[in-house]
Design a protein around this ligand. Sequence first.
Ligand SMILES: Cc1cc2nc3c(=O)[nH]c(=O)nc-3n(C[C@H](O)[C@H](O)[C@H](O)COP(=O)(O)OP(=O)(O)OC[C@H]3O[C@@H](n4cnc5c(N)ncnc54)[C@H](O)[C@@H]3O)c2cc1C
Length: 465
Amino acid sequence: MAKKKVAVIGSGIAGSGIAVLLAHSGDYEVDLYEKNKLIGGRFASYDREGFRLDVGCHMVGNCDKGPIGEILKLVDQPDAVRWQYLETGASHFNYKGTDLLFPREIEKLGFTDDEIQKILQFYVETLSIPEDQYDEYDKVNMLEQIEKYIKNDRARTIFGFISGLCFVTHDYETPVGEWARCNKEMRVKEAVGYPIGGTGAIPEAYVRIMEEQGGRMHLVTPIKRILVEDKVAKGVELKDGTTRQCDIIISNAGLKPTVESLVGRRHYSKEFLEKVDGYEYSLCAAALKVALDEPFIENKTMVLYFGTDDLYTREEEVEGGMIPETMEVLMVPILSNIDPTSCPEGRQLLIAGAGVGSKAVDISPEDRKKWEQAFINGLEVLFPGVSRHIMWTSYTSPSDIENLFGEDGNVIGIAQKLGQVGENRPPIKDPEIKNLYHCSADSGMHGIGGELAADSALRLFEMLM
Ligand SMILES: Cc1cc2nc3c(=O)[nH]c(=O)nc-3n(C[C@H](O)[C@H](O)[C@H](O)COP(=O)(O)OP(=O)(O)OC[C@H]3O[C@@H](n4cnc5c(N)ncnc54)[C@H](O)[C@@H]3O)c2cc1C
C-alpha cells in the first residue's frame, strides 16, 4: 500500500515527536518543515563559545518515564537521549538568602508550628486528591484551595511560585486537579531532570531517527499557507510559492496562528472562531544565561529562590511594566553541575529563569540592560560574589521568544487555566477542516510544558494509527 504523505509544520517537541512516530510506523512519508534554523522550537539549544545554551530555561518533569521518553520507546530507541535526574525527596529553596530543603526544612521559613501544620496538611491533602476527583477539582483554583487551610502571604507565595513553575499561570487561575495530577506524577516517578546535551538533544534525537526512517527535515522553510479546498486540507504552500500536495497536514505552529494565518479565518464558522479567540496563553518568562570563568557554585544543581513574601504584588508590578531592581523570584539550574558537557572544562554555566509578565513587549537596549542587572542582583543574593566571575551573559526576553515562535512570547502555549483543561483543551483533530490536525502544547491534555506537547503527539499518533 502506498504511504500516506504528511506535512508537519514546526519542529517543536510535538512536531518532531509526531514526525518520528509516523515515519517509524512505516505507513507515512513525512516532510517536517521548520521556519527557524534550529530544531526544537522552545526546546531548541545552540552553541556559544563552547557553551551549550537552551533557548529557554528548562527542566523536564518525568524524563524517560514521561511522554517525551515514551515517544523514544515507541520508536525503539529508548536510550537515544541520556538523562540526568535531579536529586529527589526535596526541592532546594532559598528564602531571602537562607538555603533550605522544602518541605523537609519548612521551619526555616519562619512559620509558627500551627501554620506549619496547616501548610503541610494542605500540601499532603492536595497531593492525595483521588484521581477520579481531578475533573471536579479542575473547577477550583489553587488560591482557593490553599485558603481553605491558611490565609498567609508567605504561604501563598511559596505555592504560587510552585504552580507558576509548572503552568506559568497565576495561582488564582491554576486548576487544582491539573496541579495535583502533574505534581503527584512527579513525586511518584521521581524522575525530574535534564537531557544531557541540552533540551535540544530531545527534538534533535527525534529528527535523527525520523531521517533514519526516511523522513525529510526542511530547516529555514516557513510554511506560508495550508491549502484548503471545500473544507479539506490538500497541501502546503512554501514561502517561495512552491506547493506540495499531501494527504494530511499536522500543524505544530499553535492553534491560533494555524487558524488565523495558515488556514485563514474565512474557512471557519463564527462559533469555532469565537472559541479559538477565547483561548488564553500562559504568562511570559525570561531567561538569563550566565557563563562563569570557574566552577564557582559547588554541590548545587538547582535552586528555587524567593526573596519576597508577596509574589502577588511583585507579579502585578511587573505586569504593569515595572522593571524590578532585583529579581526576587527565580528558578536557577546550575546547568553545568547537572550536565558537565554544557560548558568548557574549568568554566560554569547557570541559568536564571523567571516570570516577567503577561505579554511580550518590545524592550529598548537600556531596559534589556536593566532586566539583566535585576537577574544578576537576584543571583548575587543567592551566590554572593558570583558577579565577579561572569564572563558574559545572554538574556532571552519574551519578545525574543515572540520573534522566534510568535504567540505573544508565552512560555507553554494555550494555558492550563480554569476552563481550559480536561475536556476544554483545544482539539487535536480540526473540527471543521478535514485532514488537518493540531499537534502542540496547545492541544496536549496533561503535563508540564514539553511533556504537554509530547502528550499531544502521543494522542495524535493513537488517533491516526
Ligand atoms: C523561557 C521558557 C522556559 C520554559 N521552561 C520549561 C521547563 O522548565 N520545562 C518544560 O517542560 N517546558 C518549559 N517551557 C515550555 C516548553 O518549552 C513549551 O511548552 C514546549 O516546548 C512547546 O512545544 P510545542 O511543540 O508545542 O511548540 P514550539 O516549541 O513552540 O514549536 C513550534 C515550532 O513551529 C515552528 N513554526 C511555527 N510556524 C511555522 C511555520 N509557518 N512554518 C514552519 N515552522 C513553523 C516554530 O518555529 C517552532 O519551532 C519553557 C518555555 C520557555 C519559553
